[in-house]
Design a protein around this ligand. Structure first.
Ligand SMILES: [Fe+2]
Length: 376
């Protein structure tokens, strides 16, 4: 039985300049990033590297169209190392960019085996995806109408580099949605049938760090968030190690059809379904890991003085804390229509078996449809 695999070396630096010096960035490097990160934090390092600014190719999360255009642009450049500096979108595209003979997204999904000759270095600038330590890229396949994961050992980075200075300018909404995503990675991998004692250590540490930070925000206000930037960054990477090994499950699976249709950021669409799925699991199989998770959450919230000793419903208490970080709106507020639950449930069952197989308990298509209906 596989206990734990951590492929990239994890490094940390105080600033991008320190990283650039240590890694000897130069003309043979292609840096995929965003201009709003380049201008204040990378420009002065003067690396002589090629830069591609992802946002010039469209907003939001990676789509087949966006990635194909970036691959076309990169094909005109000469580079032997890809450096990703950004959030999940930039990281996932960089993973694809680093692959051998990557000319278009669709053909990569059709290929039996992917290979990579170039080096890949990832600097996450949000505190969510954990993508810096996983071997998967998620692309919105607009031609198929859903988000799908492209998975290969070739997409593990050589280095994941943590530089907390990038988090300073993170807007509240990006902080909220990305850190909630990290929390969900920790929770889904904790409940996964593939969890091991080692992945549990990473899940528990990530849950503790994030709930500690959130409890501080609930008590002292949003301005204390940046004091814990490094903690959130480490929590996100730790949760990435946990889900990279144990796998995510129903919350992610159910969120994709909704997120793809209404262009809802990944963490925000996951947030939509988190406690709904946890409560469904608890109802179907109340003993076992779900009870351990609920106790862990409740004990943590009591420890950090968000919940009282009398509180008995851990998932409702969690909802209360999360609502201090991000408002939970019904799906209707994003434009969802009455036929969506049935269509989304069919799409989830058809396209997301990779995730659904990691569920704490199996969910039928009807149960998935009910979860969507409960969020309308
Ligand atoms: Fe996620």
């Amino acid at each position: 039985m596989k206990e734990l695999l951590v492929v990239p070396q994890i490094d940390s630096f105080r600033t991008f300049k320190e990283f650039a010096d240590e890694f000897e960035l130069g003309p043979a490097d292609l840096i995929l990033t965003n201009e709003y990160l380049y201008d204040p934090l990378m420009k002065d390092a003067d690396t002589g590297s090629s830069f591609i600014f992802q946002e010039k190719f469209g907003g939001g999360e990676p789509s087949d169209i966006m990635v194909d255009e970036i691959l076309e642009q990169a094909s005109k450049l000469d580079f032997n190392r890809v450096i990703a500096v950004g959030g999940g979108t930039v990281i996932d595209i960089a993973k694809i960019l680093s692959l051998d003979e990557a000319t278009d997204v669709d053909s990569l999904y059709d290929r039996d085996q992917l290979t990579r000759s170039r080096k890949l270095v990832i600097l996450p600038t949000t505190c969510g995806t954990g993508s810096e330590v996983t071997n998967i890229a998620i692309v919105n396949r607009t031609r198929k109408g859903t988000k799908m994961g492209l998975v290969s050992p070739a997409m593990y980075a050589d280095h994941a580099v943590l530089v907390p200075e990038f988090m300073k300018s993170l807007p509240w909404n990006v902080f909220a949605t990305s850190s909630i995503d990290a929390l969900i990675h920790a929770i889904e991998s904790y409940l996964s049938p593939n969890a091991t004692e080692f992945t549990e250590l990473f899940s528990e540490a990530a849950i503790d760090k994030i709930l500690r930070g959130y409890s501080r925000i609930a008590k002292d206000g949003r301005q204390v968030r940046s004091e814990d930037d490094e903690e959130y960054l480490k929590a996100a990477t730790g949760a990435g190690i946990a889900f990279g090994n144990a796998g995510c499950a129903a919350v992610h699976a159910i969120s994709y059809a909704f997120g793809a249709k209404y262009h809802v950021p990944h963490g925000e669409s996951n947030y939509q379904f988190l406690t709904e799925v946890l409560k469904e699991y608890r109802m179907k199989k109340p003993g076992g890991t779900i009870a351990e998770l609920e106790k862990l959450i409740l004990d943590t919230l009591v420890k950090y003085e968000f919940a009282s000793e009398e509180e008995s419903d851990g998932f409702t208490a969690l909802e209360g804390l999360l609502s201090e970080i991000l408002e939970l709106k019904p799906m209707g507020a994003y434009g969802a229509v009455p036929e969506d639950p049935e269509d989304f449930a069919a799409s989830t069952v058809a396209n997301q078996q990779r995730l659904l197989k990691n569920n704490y308990v199996p969910l039928t298509e009807e149960e998935i449809e009910t979860i969507y209906k409960n969020r309308m």
